[in-house]
Write a protein that binds this ligand. Structure first.
Ligand SMILES: Nc1ncnc2c1ncn2[C@@H]1O[C@H](COP(=O)(O)OP(=O)(O)OP(=O)(O)O)[C@@H](O)[C@H]1O
Ligand SMILES: O=P(O)(O)OC[C@H]1O[C@H](OP(=O)(O)OP(=O)(O)O)[C@H](O)[C@@H]1O
Ligand SMILES: [Mg+2]
Length: 282
């Protein structure tokens, strides 16, 4: 049975459960459940604090975990990222009161408040900056107003929390984060159960980002049309009853579908349809 760690609360938990559900796995019905077994898929899910997931996976007791890249790096645990999942995207940045800190060098001698001490200490050391780090559990933006620190380092997504606290970012982002699948560093990469789990999640990612496009076009326009819809490998081209016409079917990125439909129409393609992909194995 494959043993998988899943975030039990916070920004990661809802989208993680949704993705696992879309991949055909049973998920808990009650937010207090700590463990469920999905016997059909031979998987056991453990609902853990997002921060602890890398530590459990590194210990070797659990095969796989879903967590944030920033949490993985911050933990310093012996675990590695094997698949990026595209949700809970954020940057990790320094911020301060406007006009007080203009760049990284100004952090020297200051106190930085953060929930991610591991990332901040490593970043300061890498840049040879001597600053103190104070650990706070959350609502870090308030630390400056209340005099606990002159600088914060925190997750920034829309920037609303910083704006509301009257703060502005300092320097370049320390890192880009998103939800990721992790395993113990150097764990058996060929384990068929792990491979099947990853294929299912990759299937969800593809189903979310691509649509299927069908259209008819004249044989003379086929080369131009196929250049617009090259598909992932190669489009399917079938003869139509009407001589001189073919039907084409290819996957296209969902974000570009409308533009591609316009371009296909302009070169004479007709009956252009898109349909959602619900699941896939590439
Ligand atoms: N506003 C946000 N937008 C996108 N990702 C976020 C946001 N806030 C936190 N994250 C991501 O969520 C993960 C942290 O999850 P965690 O549950 O510890 O914190 P949280 O979502 O802030 O919840 P809470 O602080 O309420 O416990 C990190 O990977 C972080 O990058
Ligand atoms: O840039 P934004 O879109 O505003 O998002 C970033 C904020 O979201 C998270 O806070 P959360 O609400 O989880 O509270 P916390 O600080 O207590 O973790 C994070 O810690 C930032 O404060
Ligand atoms: Mg938070």
């Amino acid at each position: 049975m494959l043993r998988i760690a899943v975030p039990n609360k916070g920004s990661l938990s809802g989208p993680a459960a949704e993705m696992l559900h879309e991949a055909g796995y049973q998920q808990r019905r009650e937010s207090k459940e700590l463990r469920i077994v999905d016997p059909t898929n031979e998987v056991e899910f453990f609902y853990l604090r997002p921060r602890d997931i890398a530590i459990y996976v590194a210990s070797g007791q659990l095969d796989i975990g879903l967590t944030g890249r920033d949490l993985l790096i911050d933990s310093g645990a012996d675990a590695e990222e094997i698949l990026a999942l595209g949700f809970a995207r954020s940057t990790f940045r320094y911020a301060g009161k406007p006009g007080t800190i203009s760049g990284l060098a100004d952090l020297a001698g200051k106190t930085v408040a953060t929930s991610y001490e591991g990332i901040v200490a490593a970043h300061l050391a890498e840049h040879g900056i001597d600053a103190s780090v104070v650990h706070l559990d959350g609502a870090v933006e308030t630390a400056i107003q209340l005099g606990v620190a002159q600088v914060i380092a925190d997750v920034v997504e829309t920037g609303t929390s910083l704006r509301n606290a009257g703060l502005e970012v300092v320097g370049e982002p320390i890192m880009q984060s998103e939800a990721v699948v992790i395993r113990r560093t150097g764990a058996d990469g060929d384990d068929p159960k792990v491979q099947q789990f990853l294929r299912r999640l990759q299937g969800v990612l593809v189903a979310r980002t691509y649509v299927m496009m069908d259209y008819d076009c004249r044989v003379e326009q086929l080369e131009k049309a196929v250049a617009l819809t090259p598909g992932l490998e190669s489009p399917t081209v079938s003869p139509l009853h009407n001589e001189g016409w073919v039907a084409v079917r290819a996957m296209v990125p969902a974000k570009e579908a409308q533009r591609i439909m316009d371009d296909l129409y302009d070169i004479g393609a007709r009956a252009i349809l898109t349909t959602a992909i619900h699941a896939c194995r590439l």
